[in-house]
Design a protein around this ligand. Sequence first.
Ligand SMILES: Cc1cc2nc3c(=O)[nH]c(=O)nc-3n(C[C@H](O)[C@H](O)[C@H](O)COP(=O)(O)O)c2cc1C
Length: 268
Amino acid sequence: MLPEQRDSITNTFVVTLVLCVVCSLMVSTAAVALKEVQSKNKILDRQRNIIAAAGLHENPDSMSATEVTDFFKPERIEQKMVDLATGKYAENPEVTGESYDERKAAKDEKMNATIKGDRFNIGIDKREKYARVYLVKGSDGKLEQVVLPIYGKGLWSTMYGFVAIRSDLKTINGLTYYEHGETPGLGGEVENKKWKALWKGKHIWKGEMDDANLRVGVAKGTPSGENAEYMVDGLSGATITSRGVDSMLKYWLSSDAFGPFLKSLATN
Ligand SMILES: Cc1cc2nc3c(=O)[nH]c(=O)nc-3n(C[C@H](O)[C@H](O)[C@H](O)COP(=O)(O)O)c2cc1C
């Protein structure tokens, strides 16, 4: 081919087209091939956060995939589906299977329920009817903690996390967030180890397990007096994120969400 033919418009066009097709094929092949790995990593990340919320390992990020999955054997951490309206365990295979996805369910008219938002506003209208809970057991098989998924709006994003509650069902053992889009250094401080450590031992209710007695939450500044038993420090420069954490904790522990389940655990 002569140099002038090589530089022709047709030639340039063909080379560009071939390059585009090859690149897009490479990108889409990588996306398809990595999808399974990505979803496995997502599950592992959530499981690490459950382990962290329950305080079962010093540094869950350093654990191998096998170490993490070993924790999720039913004799150590048992997963159950709960019907949030009744607080009873769900048996229907539609929700007990691995394929059940809470986020999809929250968008499906048949599988969701309305969040009233009149008492505890988490900035979201609908939630799933059935939620996955994690029962953490000791070597004697007795319930040590229950880990519940929580979510709600911060300033920029929906924040997804877990709260671990001790078997007295009155005391927080830990709280973690595994997904959010808050600003690093401001709302993103929900991931700060020192702030997370403040939750350990905080009491949820003042007295009976009733919504009117819900005291757990985030203070404006440092909690003082009686509040220190129930609340942690607000994140500085991140009042809206802090308020989001406060509302979502109250909402998910109230009778509108996990309240009936916690009551049923308490009576068993
Ligand atoms: C770039 C930028 C990022 C911000 N990110 C957050 C955030 O992640 N969470 C939050 O509550 N407030 C964030 N804020 C601050 C809010 O806009 C608001 O001023 C703040 O929540 C008020 O909190 P304060 O009363 O503690 O100052 C951000 C502000 C700016 C300018």
